[in-house]
Design a protein around this ligand. Structure first.
Ligand code: GLC
Length: 423
């Protein structure tokens, strides 16, 4: 009996050693390259519903490293807030891989919420150059570009053709057509994303940049917004609401609401991301076959788009960092990047896809989009980007609703941004 007991104890010890070994194999490898197992992937609202099926492909091929998709709200700000809450709480975090907006990389990295990644595991050399810059902080890679984006002006081809005018290249043309042509056809003139959230920051920055202005300089160190150009940019948006060629409803639009209005045939011009062009042109849209897209106009010619898109980051407390890196390599592989475009209607980050004859035939706007992405201006990089964006949104919204003149609004924004940098 005693020997059975002893053998049993030996077995137990062996089991303990083995499980201990296995467990510490996961824990000891907890660095950027270690640890395999299941993961969660948190993302802002998947507006084209492509990501679930795409991840199902990964899950079938990697049963031991299954990914659970956590879909957060459509609004970039709400998604950021939920991610920040999760990442701050190291013990109870739920998100392992995070699909973060390009302009959050600096803040998340500076706060220590996401971990640096080894450059050699990802196809950085194959990506469009400006997108790689959005993923670095203090010279290190903190995320891997996944989707890029640039704003376009969508317009009703049928309406402009009936009036015998080309698509607008300047703000004066846009304003004239929005004011005079749109009502004749029972349409509202122009809309973008004007609810106070990240989308309004984007639209406001585009107006300011297009007029030749800027918001912050020297990597966020200097406030540069108090300029005639910024007043002109904010003035363009405020004038639209005041004169009625921007409908008041648009003050509550995010991407989806503005896209829906255009797609329902109620709007002549819409500033949105390429996914809206794809959706409005697709079967089922009331304006299918009647939609054109051109670069955003500016005061005297083509304007400047803000660089949008998202990067994949790994949470500082991610459970299985090796699987996280493997998943990111998969999502940035050429095959999956093609699907990001063909199924998700989102602009891929891999440069060669923009010159792929098959894709260009199916998505004729790709060459224009590539130019827009390469010419797009990044939002200010700042560890306090969320505060910067909140200030821009609040102030520009006040100018658009007529609570403040564009001049007073720009002065106030300059003061608020200066106060932020001194805090
Ligand atoms: C899109 C862009 C993103 C931007 C957001 C604003 O998702 O890709 O960069 O911040 O719109 O609403």
């Amino acid at each position: 009996m005693r020997w059975i007991h002893a053998a049993g104890r030996g077995l137990l010890v062996l089991v303990v050693i083995l499980t201990g070994y296995a467990a510490s194999g996961v824990r000891a490898d907890g660095g950027a390259t270690g640890g395999r197992g299941p993961l969660t992937l948190a993302t802002a609202g998947d507006l084209t519903g492509y990501l679930g099926p795409l991840l199902a492909g990964w899950n079938r091929a990697h049963p031991a490293e299954k990914v659970t998709l956590v879909e957060l709200p459509d609004s970039a700000d709400e998604t950021r807030a939920q991610m920040a809450t999760d990442l701050r709480d190291g013990d109870r975090h739920r998100f392992d891989v995070l699909n973060i907006d390009v302009n959050w990389t600096t803040e998340f990295a500076a706060a220590g919420w996401i971990r640096p990644l080894p450059r050699d595991r990802f196809p950085l050399g194959a990506l469009l150059p400006p997108v790689v810059d959005t993923a670095t902080y203090e010279g290190r890679l903190y995320a891997v570009p996944y989707v890029t984006n640039a704003g376009l002006l969508l317009y009703r081809k049928d309406v402009l053709a009936a009036e015998g005018v080309p698509p607008p290249r300047t703000w004066a043309e846009l304003e004239r057509y929005a004011e005079a042509i749109a009502p004749k056809h029972g349409l509202a003139g122009y809309a973008g994303q004007f609810l106070p959230y990240e989308g309004l920051t984007v639209n406001a920055a585009e107006a300011v940049y297009s007029a030749g202005g800027s918001i912050l300089g020297d990597e966020g160190e200097r406030v540069t917004v108090d300029s005639a150009a910024a007043r002109e940019g904010v003035g363009f948006l405020a004038r639209g609401v005041r004169e009625g060629w921007i409908p008041r409803d648009a003050l509550a639009y995010k991407e989806e609401e503005s896209k829906q209005t255009f797609q329902d045939g109620r709007l002549l011009f819409l500033r949105n991301w390429p996914y809206a062009y794809v959706g409005a042109s697709a079967e089922g849209s009331k304006v299918a076959g009647k939609v054109g897209a051109v670069p955003l106009p500016g005061p005297d010619g083509p304007g400047t788009s803000v660089l949008g898109g998202s990067n994949l980051a790994v949470g500082a407390h991610a459970r299985h960092p090796d699987s996280a890196a493997r998943l990111i390599a998969y999502l940035t592989s050429e095959r999956v990047q093609r699907q990001v475009l063909t199924r998700g209607a989102l602009p891929p980050v891999r440069a060669d896809l923009y010159e792929d004859p098959e894709l260009v035939a199916a998505f004729p706007y790709l060459p224009t989009l590539r130019e827009s992405v390469l010419a797009a201006a990044p939002r200010p990089k700042s560890p306090r980007y969320d505060q910067v964006s909140l200030a821009v949104q609040a102030v520009v919204h006040d100018a658009m609703t007529g609570r403040q003149t564009p001049e007073a609004a720009v002065r106030r924004l300059a003061r608020e941004l200066a106060a932020l940098s001194h805090r």
